[in-house]
Ligand binder design. Structure first.
Ligand code: ZN
Length: 265
């Protein structure tokens, strides 16, 4: 669906609404999620000055039936050719770069894309159906910020600690003590098992209720976009729980399930 014009070399089918509509011309409305991979390097539109820079992955939710995750109830799936089944779609850039590393910026060394985990990127993107729309931007209490777990850019704040001994995808960071009252980020290594943060699991609807009161540390690593974020010397700020989210905006509830009175066969 994405291809280059044989005449102008221009990319046809770009942007995503056209791609999704095209998909439904030949496929039934049977999908909750659709992920597209390009077969060639897709340059960024926003930075034409870097022709070798390619787009990364992104996810676009098109309907939401769930209260309590920070999103309104809405459904614009019709715009894309689905009659309410489609929850969202991911555009994953290109598989090409995995075997053909290119520098993202002129002059910079080629990135080693062989280390990119395509499945992992897909699992990261799918989380954006439910995350991270809840919580306040980390502002150290400014502007009445309370549940300060977001970075203001669609992910959780870097200071939100992952309780597992593995990197958290998509959101949550491993921290360890420096031994002097400060904390630093544990660098992740390739091939490590990746897990979702329990708050992400809650937003997805798969966290056990017995875990709702567990508390997770938030370290003060600086206010995003206002201060330089410190990954090597943060201090403990507060702790948060799923219960805090429920107190703030109510319990997660799928309005579709509420309306669906049919018993499973
Ligand atoms: Zn993301």
């Amino acid at each position: 669906m994405l291809r280059r014009s044989p005449v102008t070399g221009e990319i046809i089918g770009y942007w995503d609404d056209k791609i999704v509509k095209e998909f439904y011309k030949g496929n039934p409305d049977d999908y909750d999620f659709i992920f597209f991979f390009a077969a060639f390097n897709v340059p960024t539109v926003s930075r034409p000055e870097f022709p070798q820079e390619h787009i990364g992955a992104y996810y676009r939710p098109v309907s939401n039936s769930i209260n309590g995750i920070g999103l309104p109830i809405y459904d614009i799936s019709g715009v894309y050719g689905s009659s309410g089944r489609l929850k969202g779609f991911g555009f994953m850039g290109t598989l090409y770069y995995i075997s053909h590393p290119l520098p993202t910026k002129p002059g910079s060394p080629p990135e080693d894309y062989s280390k990119i985990d395509v499945g992992g990127v897909t699992w990261h993107e799918i989380v954006h159906q439910w995350c991270c729309y809840v919580g306040d931007l980390f502002r150290r209490g400014k502007d009445n910020a309370k549940l300060e777990i977001t970075d203001g850019e669609g992910h959780f704040y870097i200071g939100l600690e992952s309780p597992t001994q593995t990197p958290a995808d998509c959101c949550g960071t491993q921290w360890t003590s420096n031994g002097d009252g400060t904390f630093r980020i544990v660098p992740s290594t390739n091939g490590q098992e990746v897990r979702y943060h329990p708050i992400v699991l809650y937003l997805m609807g798969v966290l056990l209720e017995s875990d709702y009161d567990k508390r997770y540390n938030v370290y003060d690593a600086g206010i995003p976009r206002e201060e330089s974020v410190l990954s090597g010397k943060a201090v403990f700020y507060k702790d948060v729980s799923v219960g805090d989210i429920i107190t703030g905006i109510g319990k997660r509830e799928d309005t579709n399930l509420k309306e669906n009175t049919k018993k499973p066969k």
